[in-house]
Design a protein. Structure first.
Length: 115
């Protein structure tokens, strides 16, 4: 399975998960530049806009998916959120969440809020 396919599977799992916990997905895979993409934009139960970064790994053999959130990656996510808010100024409350997914031996989901 390619890394792109792994990522798509993880994003679909994350989308299902956040909808089950009451989030409403507004958009997915928004590109602002070559290095700046927001995986999922959603509204949580408290009406907060949430930019969600999804990191997926097939296994934990090479480390946790959370290790892929470097300071550069975080700054790119933050830049994307700021760009999104400039186009949608009606959202006053916002935050960044990260969802880490491991696919095997069984699906594991870790949701970090307000990173």
């Amino acid at each position: 399975m390619s890394n792109k396919k792994t990522g798509e599977i993880g994003e679909n799992i994350a989308a299902d998960y956040i909808q089950k916990i009451g989030y409403k997905i507004i958009e997915r895979n928004i590109h602002f530049s070559k290095n700046c993409e927001l995986d999922i934009i959603a509204i949580d139960k408290s009406n907060t806009l949430v930019a969600i970064e999804v990191k997926t790994r097939k296994t934990e053999i090479c480390g946790s998916p959370l290790e892929a959130i470097t300071s550069t990656k975080y700054q790119n996510i933050k830049t994307g959120l700021i760009s999104y808010l400039q186009k949608h100024p009606n959202y006053k409350k916002h935050r960044i969440d990260v969802i880490a997914i491991i696919l095997t031996p069984s699906i594991q989901i870790k949701h970090l809020r307000n990173v």
